[in-house]
Design a binder for this molecule. Structure first.
Ligand SMILES: [Fe+2]
Ligand SMILES: [Fe+2]
Length: 142
């Protein structure tokens, strides 16, 4: 028993998550740049901080996919940038909600795959993702 075995389905799901993380890196980074001149510098700074967390998530996933014998994708998911600040916040919140649903599915799959280490990694990313959603909700006054 050496490396953990992963099904192709699981690798594909992890690569979908990687695509989404890469999309969120650009979405937050470009929104950071576009929002800098707007009314709220702290929100622009927040976008930058979030972009960096998304990069860490992308790195963690790519490393894990490689360890499981897969090839990390270079495909970037759909990106929605720009508009006014409220639009940016709504678009980013939408992406975080999609990510929460995705990581919950991935955690269930990790259980089926009997892969506790990947499961823990996914739970750590889910925890950050829930915090991102809560941060955006509170900025939006939700
Ligand atoms: Fe993320
Ligand atoms: Fe996030």
């Amino acid at each position: 028993m050496g490396r953990p075995q992963a099904s192709q389905e699981f690798i594909d799901m992890l690569n979908e998550a990687l695509s989404e993380e890469m999309a969120s890196i650009f979405q937050y980074m470009w929104d950071h740049i576009l929002a800098r001149g707007m009314e709220s510098p702290p929100i622009a700074e927040k976008f930058k901080e979030l972009a960096m967390t998304e990069m860490r998530h992308a790195y963690m996933l790519a490393e894990r996919i490689d360890l499981l014998g897969g090839t990390p994708t270079t495909k970037v998911g759909e990106i929605r940038v720009g508009g006014d600040l409220r639009q940016m916040l709504e678009d980013n919140l939408e992406l975080e909600y999609e990510a929460i649903a995705m990581y919950r599915r991935l955690i269930k799959q990790a259980e089926r795959e009997d892969d506790p280490a990947t499961r823990r990694l996914l739970e750590d990313i889910l925890k950050d993702t829930e915090e991102h959603a809560r941060d955006l909700e509170s900025i939006l006054g939700k």
